[in-house]
Design a protein around this ligand. Structure first.
Ligand SMILES: NC(=O)c1ccc[n+]([C@@H]2O[C@H](COP(=O)([O-])OP(=O)(O)OC[C@H]3O[C@@H](n4cnc5c(N)ncnc54)[C@H](OP(=O)(O)O)[C@@H]3O)[C@@H](O)[C@H]2O)c1
Length: 296
């Protein structure tokens, strides 16, 4: 049920993959949106009817203007951890409720159980939210299908082979649009206080199969060349953060020989099945064939 005269929702990460889609869905649902960005020049890429606030999670006081009069915050944290306690304190001073984009670090499947700094950060932020007395909903997507844009699209556009480790590692890629749709629902619909939602795609698909599915929708075969973990470390040296590389290698390695963890949460909340990886690929075909490389 949508509340009458709904107060605005502050959407952080509003220029990012999930936050941008959440902003669109809230607007569609008639909910006023405040969009947070560090760069005022990005206002042009946001929907015309959002109110844009410039602010930075590493400068907690910069959030005050956007928080005044807000009831609920959609929190996406891609900043360093140092200011998280001060930011959560500030959110609690202004808002009643937070919907936090986290990860399935509590899920008892080897893929999600490898120690890594991202899991520690997410767990810390969840603890801070609870300790601040904020009402919360925690959204825990597994691997985004759209990671394929950053990982493989440049090579595929160039007509090359995908050189990648752990081709047999299975994940259940979740479409960002489904993640955003669930997050938006919990932001404008009652009944999600205390919700803790692990979101996955509908099927377990190995990384090599995902590349093959992209080839299918493009109508050509894409060669998959297996790299050793060491080769992958060398190839990403200097261009990827080392902790991210270590986190991915540990997760893929731990899941070899097991199907991915799958939940029915997306359909439970949205009433429709999550999009498959094939659907995601078909909807992003132009990104694999033309245009500038996606920026992270
Ligand atoms: N990729 C996956 O498979 C996956 C899986 C599970 C969970 N997650 C989580 O999803 C989150 C990322 O979501 P996403 O992919 O939608 O993000 P994204 O596309 O990487 O965009 C990052 C957003 O964060 C904002 N941002 C970055 N630093 C900021 C700062 N210091 N202060 C304020 N805003 C800042 C950016 O806004 P401006 O540049 O406009 O300021 C941008 O809107 C991460 O927490 C990640 O752990 C990802």
């Amino acid at each position: 049920m949508t509340r009458a005269r709904t107060p605005p929702v502050l959407v952080t990460g509003a220029t990012g993959r999930v936050g941008r889609a959440v902003a669109d869905l809230l607007i569609d649902a008639g909910v006023p949106v405040r969009a947070l960005t560090r760069r005022s020049e990005t206002a042009a890429m946001l929907p015309a009817d959002v109110e844009v606030f410039t602010g930075d999670l590493t400068v907690p006081e910069s959030l005050d203007a956007g928080l005044r009069g807000v009831d609920t915050v959609f929190l996406v944290w891609t900043a360093p951890p140092a200011t998280a306690p001060a930011v959560i304190e500030r959110l609690a001073a202004y808002a009643r409720r937070v919907v936090f984009l986290s990860s399935p670090h509590q899920t008892p499947h080897p893929f999600f159980q490898q120690p890594n700094p991202m899991a520690v950060l997410h767990a810390d932020i969840e603890r801070l939210i609870a300790a601040a007395g904020l009402e919360s909903t925690i959204i825990r997507p597994g691997m985004f299908a759209s990671n394929a844009l950053f990982w493989w699209a440049p090579t595929i556009r160039a007509g090359g082979a995908v050189r990648w480790p752990y081709g047999a590692a299975e994940t259940a890629p979740v479409d960002d649009r489904d993640v955003a749709a669930v997050a938006a629902r919990t932001l404008y619909q009652d009944g999600h206080a205390g919700g803790d939602y692990v979101l996955t795609g509908p099927e377990s698909v190995s990384q090599a199969e995902q590349v093959s599915v992209i080839g299918d929708v493009l109508g050509r075969q894409i060669k998959f060349e297996e790299l050793s973990p060491e080769e992958f470390r060398n190839e990403t040296e200097g261009s990827w953060p080392r902790p991210v590389v270590d986190m991915l290698l540990a997760a893929w390695s731990a899941t070899i020989g097991r199907p991915a963890f799958i939940t029915a949460t997306v359909s439970g909340i949205l009433g429709s099945a999550p999009r498959s990886f094939r659907q995601w690929a078909a909807d992003h075909v132009t990104t694999f064939t033309a245009g500038p490389a996606p920026s992270n």
